[in-house]
Design a protein around this ligand. Sequence first.
Ligand code: ZN
Ligand code: ZN
Length: 510
Amino acid sequence: MVQRIKKWFHRPTRLESHPTERARRRNLLPSSSSYFHRLTEEEERKLAKRFEGKLLLRREIPLSDPQFNDLLRHQLFTPHPSFIKTIFQTRCKRCNNDKPSLLASFPCAKCCRTHLYCRNCIMMGRVSECEVLYEWNGIRYQWPTLLNACTWKGVLTPAQEKAANLVKKAIADKSEMLVWAVAGAGKTEILFPGIELALSRGARICIATPRSDVVRELYPRIGQAFKNVEVEALYGKKKNKDGTAQIIIATTHQLLRFNEAFDVMIIDEIDAFPYHKDRSLAFATNRAAKKASAKIYLTATPRGDLKQKIRRKQLPHCFIPIRYHGHPLPEPKLVADFSLSKRLTNKQLPKSFIRWLDQRERKTRQLLIFVPTIQLAEQLKVETAAVLLLKKLIKDESEVAFAHAEDELREEKVRQFRQRNIYCLLTTTILERGVTFPSVDVVVLQANHDVFDEAALVQISGRAGRAKDDPDGEVIFIHDGKTEALVDAVHAIKKMNLRAKTFYTKESER
Ligand SMILES: [Zn+2]
Ligand SMILES: [Zn+2]
């Protein structure tokens, strides 16, 4: 393949044999009168900012053919074959996938041949065997050094400050660390001093996360905290995906287009699906960071592998068991209801839920109801609206909505829920983490379903009691048979609250 590219690369293109080009070569025409003029420093700097630190397909490079071919000829772009083939295996250069089951062939209309493409990274556009990945090879872009870039005026709690100092140190040393902080601890603010330090050194920063909802939640907050810095969000549905800002907030999928671009790589919600299931995302995140870079991982629910690294002292970490407002995490109440499956099959709400509605402490809190499937989220909407109307909790059906991964209007509905225009949102695990609503009660229907693992249930509980003026919130898990995940989640929350108490005692003794 390499051979073939080289041959193709050196063969004179149609444009090279163009009479204007031949004339320019013989110096008959001044270079500015053709496409092929020397780049000014400013032009090259602009190109460097746009293309440096990336691995792109031709169609992802928005330059005209003459312009692009010229840059290629001057070796400002280096082509790489999209598949690395050895006798034993074939590997996708973009996502590192080498599973034969995820490599398929298709009839390519462009070359009238059947060839290989990678199914693993198809959501980023198809990489086929006849295509090439381009890497910028021109000057390095100098990111500006920005002093006192943080415009956030809040104050960190002592627990946050302790963690923030460790993050700063890891960024200064270009080392790796984990921030293990309960939901509602104020993880984002912990990053601010570290990001400020990095910017003062002219570093480029990436905050990556497996969930696009988390990207959308983080983007305005980071933008607000660093008002004079270029901040850009990258996720699947976003139209403009140039990725030219100094601070990039991206889904881990989007990092498949980057290559040694960032001095600081922060991975928020590192344990979230699909990051822990898809090896290519960890690969992409690693490749997107420069060889010498700081790596900061954030999570409220580290999985087994991270916990093991902590135990073996292979990964420095800091632990924050208390929320920023100092109140404990709401402990979930388990409610057994053995008619649950039957009611849900009939698109009805369980009776235990309706009974609980009457006993709620604070009816002004919004309702966040988690269900195991997309189908159920949609099916229960009508019944939920009817029940809430009957109980006079809403005035109109439109105050009930569903939001799930395949819902086109999800973003808008989440926004409406946050603005309290929607009273009750039925959702799947898509909103289990990374989203903050100030005052909600949380219900999980069929909490014993497989999709609700321990981490998901702990995260879901963490949606309640986020605000200082309403730090409690009720969390109800309705089930028809306890699972290990259910019991472990409740146990994990109680343990955190216990650790928070001792943390407080230790702090006040100082
Ligand atoms: Zn691939
Ligand atoms: Zn082809």
